[in-house]
Design a protein around this ligand. Structure first.
Ligand code: C2E
Ligand code: MG
Ligand code: MG
Ligand code: MG
Length: 276
């Protein structure tokens, strides 16, 4: 309104672009603090093989903000990637996950954990050094981590990314290619990088039982993965029909709300104990 627009304070944030600037500035102060104030939390979402065994859980970060409540990662990870805050944030996630794994191991729960890693973290050798030290501190001889990378990780800083992936593999970590099929990587890149598994993006899984195009894509990707000896994981499975389709078509591991939603570590323990 015109009256407010006369006053600089009100009109600054009146356009879409300025809203984004405002959001950026808000995140810039608050997310940094959130990290220091331990306001970030990690949920875990199980992954299940075709025999129904839980093979791992994916760590998914959330922000428990006093002002905004539980903020999903999509609202702050892109900002963290742009600002560089993803490096300390990702480090926090990684170290927290390792502490959790060590705690589970002490109590007889052996579970791999998948961690999402952004391109920006992959050009930083410190990530590897931190991981190696943390494994040493926890007296773990094998690294029970699956590093989930997106295709953009393979394209930006190829050489450095490749070197770091090889180091992770030497520690015993696995490399998984997340959201597969949505990026710009070529099939040849699957052979050039030391990848263990590909994660079919949920856009191919949604309604796959009734979508001929998705069906063809899933079948084609599974065939390529087979030829390259890669494991195939399907994410975002919400219905029994989708689940049946992916199993019938050679997917090795399933993840989605049908099986379990992401949940806090204690809830996952309870879920593991009481599932049949
Ligand atoms: P992603 O790694 O592809 O994770 C899958 C997302 O799909 C998660 O959303 C998960 O909660 C959601 N999901 C799982 N099953 C289903 C389903 O059956 N139906 C539907 N509709 N959704 C399902 P979330 O937790 O909101 O995470 C979103 C994205 O944020 C992740 O996508 C990942 O790219 C990023 N992210 C989360 N945690 C981290 C982190 O610690 N570091 C980095 N760099 N990125 C993270
Ligand atoms: Mg992921
Ligand atoms: Mg994904
Ligand atoms: Mg995704």
């Amino acid at each position: 309104n015109a009256k407010e627009n006369d006053r600089g304070k009100f009109c600054i944030f009146s356009t879409g672009m300025n809203k984004r600037v405002f959001e950026y500035l808000w995140l810039d102060t608050h997310l940094r603090k959130a990290l220091d104030l331990q306001q970030l939390v990690i949920d875990y979402q199980p992954k299940i093989d075709i025999n129904g065994e839980v093979v791992s859980a994916e760590a998914l970060v959330r922000w428990n903000s006093p002002e905004r409540g539980l903020v999903p990662p999509e609202s702050f990870i892109p900002y963290a990637e742009e600002s560089g805050l993803i490096v300390p944030l990702g480090r926090w996630v990684l170290l927290n996950v390792l502490t959790q794994i060590a705690d589970w191991q002490r109590r007889g729960i052996s579970l791999r954990v998948a961690v999402n890693v952004s391109p920006r973290q992959l050009i930083d050798q410190r990530l590897y050094n931190d991981l190696k030290k943390a494994l040493n501190d926890a007296q773990m001889t094998d690294c029970p981590l699956d590093i989930e990378l997106t295709e953009s990780c393979l394209i930006e800083n190829e050489e450095q990314a490749l070197a770091l992936m090889q180091l992770f593999r030497q520690l015993g970590a696995q490399i998984h290619l997340d959201d597969f099929g949505t990026g710009y990587s070529s099939l040849s890149q699957l052979t050039r990088f030391p990848i263990n598994a590909i994660k079919l993006d949920q856009s191919f899984i949604r309604g796959v039982n009734v979508q001929p195009v998705s069906q063809s894509l899933v079948r084609a990707i599974v065939a390529v993965a087979r030829a390259l000896d890669l494991c195939v994981i399907a994410e975002g499975i919400e219905t029994v029909e989708e689940d049946k389709f992916v199993i019938a078509n050679g997917v090795n591991i399933r993840q989605g709300f049908l099986h379990a939603k992401p949940m806090p570590a204690e809830a996952l323990e309870h879920w593991l104990k009481h599932r049949r």
